[in-house]
Ligand binder design. Sequence first.
Ligand SMILES: [Ca+2]
Ligand SMILES: [Ca+2]
Length: 476
Amino acid sequence: MIRHLCLLILLTSSAALAAPNVLFIAVDDLNDWIGCLGGHPQTKTPNFDRLAASGVLFRNAYCAGASCNPSRTAIMTGLPAHRSGLYNNRQKMRELLPDAELLPHYFSRHGYWSAGSGKILHYFIDAASWDDYFPDKLKDDPFPRTFYPSKRPVNLPRAGDWQYDETDWAPLDVTDEQFGGDWLVSKWIGEQLQRPHDKPFFLACGLYRPHEPWFVPKQYFEPFPLESIQPGPDVKEGDLDDVPEEGQRIARNRYFEHIQKQGQWKQGIQSYLASIHFADAMLGRVLDALEKSPHRDNTIVVLWSDHGWHLGEKEHWQKFTGWRVCDRIPLMVRVPKEAVAPGLPEGTRAGSVCDRPVSLVDLFGTLTDLCGLPAKAGIESRSLVPLLREPSAPWPHAVITHLDRPQNYAISTERWRYIHYFDGGEELYDIVSDPHEWTNLASKPEHAAKLAEMRALAPKEMAPLAASGGKEAGKK
Ligand SMILES: [Ca+2]
Ligand SMILES: [Ca+2]
């Protein structure tokens, strides 16, 4: 009996040792303004681009929710909002889903060491889901010390109670180390990558920039002189004219009007570009640490952003919308061929791009499949391994992105996008001929069949907005 037990332990531990590590990198509020996605001609992102070039870049990847909380909850639980009832940032994940097992815990339960740093969940850590966290999982604050200007706002004056405190920007006269924040996150992650481990690891790196406020050390502003700054290529005057009422209401949330009135549009774009450039440098530190790591060849890398961001497109500033500017996100995956990844022993091919529509809710199923863990029962997360193996493989699936409430959602296929509002408003875009979604085709008789086809892709059942016992979350 004891001999059998020993053998079992030996087998289990050797199986665990052979399993691949996972480096899981989250970036906050990053739209397609990275070089390899071509979203803005002035952006500078050599490290995002080098990671993308070393594996598979998904060019039609969408978030499952158009803001932090629903997007991250879907990723970490494998449950989209229409299953969980969590649709917006005001709901508290653990009040709604007290028993949901998160991705890191699932990996821990299957022989992994799970650790993280920075923002992975929506402003909390969920200590029980992790073996370790930096700075301190027991404090439930995912952020290390970060430098902030003593007097705020710096550049965008407050317009009223409706305005989110963090909508502000400025270059800071500090070094990266003095700034702290993501620099400290990347430092800690780098240290975990360098040291020996007796179990395979699931290591989550949450970079907070380019989330607001757009304060970063001034060196990251230098490549973007103000006089050179251009709006993104999606901006078109009068673009909301063919958008239904609810879409217009969501779009015109006062921020863009206020920013224009203050003469701060260019400064905002400049500061977002600088914040992306900073995040890129922090990503570079993590990738460099991995390059030098004894675990380099046995570590799968996944990078995603929780949703995109508007900077004047459709007169909108922020997130929460059904348009591509908000819903389409960077997603890249690298599986080294040396890694012992049971789901993809041959690894990914460097320089691959995939245009199939995929959702971030699929990361759970993808990672368990790659690592040879049993598929988790009861979730709605499809493995993307067939696309990692062959990026042009047939893929008859569509993606749903929920907005802040049930029945406000967008559906993405490879060529078409459909937006539905609770009051019956609809939009339809052909993103091959109209990648910026300028021309709403929903009312055109020649597209009636396509409209019906897209409508039919909506989930048959949609969970109601689950009540959260707590007050409104203090942060967005
Ligand atoms: Ca976010
Ligand atoms: Ca339009």
